[in-house]
Design a protein around this ligand. Sequence first.
Ligand code: IPE
Ligand code: IPE
Ligand code: MG
Length: 255
Amino acid sequence: MPATAAFDGQPQLPRHVAIIMDGNGRWAEQRGKLRVSGHKAGVKSVREAVTFAYKLKLDALTLFAFSSENWRRPEDEVSALMSLFIAVLGSEVRKLHRNNIRLRIIGERGAFSEHLQRKIDDAERLTAGNTGLTLNIAANYGGRWDITQAARALAEAVAAGRLVPGDITEPLLDAQLQLADLAPVDLLIRTGGEQRISNFLLWQLAYAELYFTPVLWPDFGEESFSEAVAAFVGRERRFGCTGAQIRALVADGQA
Ligand code: IPE
Ligand code: IPE
Ligand code: MG
């Protein structure tokens, strides 16, 4: 039974929630506005989600902000998103730090401007010692990239003679992935109505509960977040066992 499986008969809150924050563009279009105003409106929902995660005492919240495929968007939208990212990092980091939140950016950061990379490094350094919520922002992130870079790191260790191929196990590959040191993702929420993963966390979602809501990201607040958590609490996680086995474990208090 994985370490995450705690079946003590009590409702289990998630420890790690990941969110695909989708629907900003449609939110703006519905109002006859430019897509970028939807992204700006989405920042408020990010603040609310972080506050709620903090109140729930989650270990980690991981937000998908920009995928490795989002570079395909029109140049003006990409550059507006980058500017917004820089502005928000500048304006929010101190507040995160005051609240003991550790900020991490996951993804291939080499593609960002030097300026943005410096801002990211500074923000991570400032908050590195914080022990409250870990907030991961996935930027230029792709699940396939994550697995590929982990495989490359192991291949380099083999080439350097530090490892033989037969030593490679799931935990060893897992240790090379982004989020390796955090609790497994328990709950994935996607807003905006699509029911797909869009190359977000692939390996890490193996046993996550999936929750899709039509609510567009700028409209996603504490109420929507708590509905998602309530749905999670109501589900029976089996990790490959039968429902009867899980109920027996709960009855025996063996979890
Ligand atoms: C999600 O909202 C934000 C990013 C991908 C940056 P979208 O911009 O994808 O919004 P829709 O899906 O077009 O409504
Ligand atoms: C996924 O949303 C990426 C983020 C929310 C950052 P997209 O809107 O880019 O995904 P697709 O293109 O609909 O799959
Ligand atoms: Mg979208």
